[in-house]
Design a protein around this ligand. Sequence first.
Ligand code: NAI
Length: 296
Amino acid sequence: MAEDLRFDNRVVIVTGAGSGLGRQHALMFGARGARVVVNDLGGDLAGGGRSSAAADSVVAEIKAGGGAAVANYDSVVDGAKIVQTALDTFGTIDVVVNNAGILRDSSFHKMSEEDWNIVIRVHLTGAEAVTRAAWPIMRDKTYGRVVMTASSSGIYGNFGQANYSAAKLGLVGLANTLGEEGRAKNILVNTIAPFAASRMTKDLLSPEDLAKVKPELVSPLVGWLSHEKCTDTKGLYEVGAGFIAKFRWERSRGHKFGTDSVFSLEDVARQWSKIGDFTDADHPAVLEDATKVVFG
Ligand code: NAI
């Protein structure tokens, strides 16, 4: 089948696009006709250093394939500068893929304040800063697609990644509310939790597993979520090694103690198994559905 899901005339920002997943996303967009802002600070895995080489080489690859791309070397924390590059070069912005990231792993009791702050800043505040700068443009044109990059570490928890897990699940919360706020303006916001071989995972996974989690096996989902034909919003998807699945919230039927009298700790203990019983569980997707049961 011909590649009919194209991005001609669409302007796409991919942050952290100089290597790993971001590079593959940028190449995919470039090959499908998008005009791509290849953002990358070019630093090391821990967030130190800077270089223009990473972004430049991906821009060269896209251009060599006949695509249109421009490099940007700002930190995502300076999101407005990245969006300005899109506006100066291509005149608008249609898609933001928030992908840039770093690691400062250590167990919580050894984690410095700086390791906490920089990881929250790059992943969560960085994605917020880029999206914030793109948001009014998307609102004005009543079109936008935003993809956040979360992590299974945030969903499930992972030893040594308190900062990273908090930032990554923070992005899901951000996406959930931006999904609500963007809906009426046709700005759709989705989140991926990828698995991919990159400098982030090369020492964590076995060579056999690394061979399976090629970054290019994540980009098709990013492309679909970024396309005008995809009309879903507020989704969270696990993706990697040729597998894609959707997450949703699940809430037990719970127990209603009522409001006539204050119940005791012992009452909670007595109902504990019922509170945690997921038989016939509920899947509220919006706040209105969730609160109906609480207040109803
Ligand atoms: P990577 O280290 O190859 O790519 C991250 C890129 O972001 C690098 O090129 C880096 O220079 C850039 N970057 C870092 N700080 C930046 C900043 N302040 N401003 C602009 N660019 C910056 O790692 P990978 O694996 O490709 O990661 C991409 C995203 O996917 C990250 O958000 C990561 O947390 C997430 N992720 C990756 C997983 C994996 O299995 N590789 C698992 C779960 C999430």
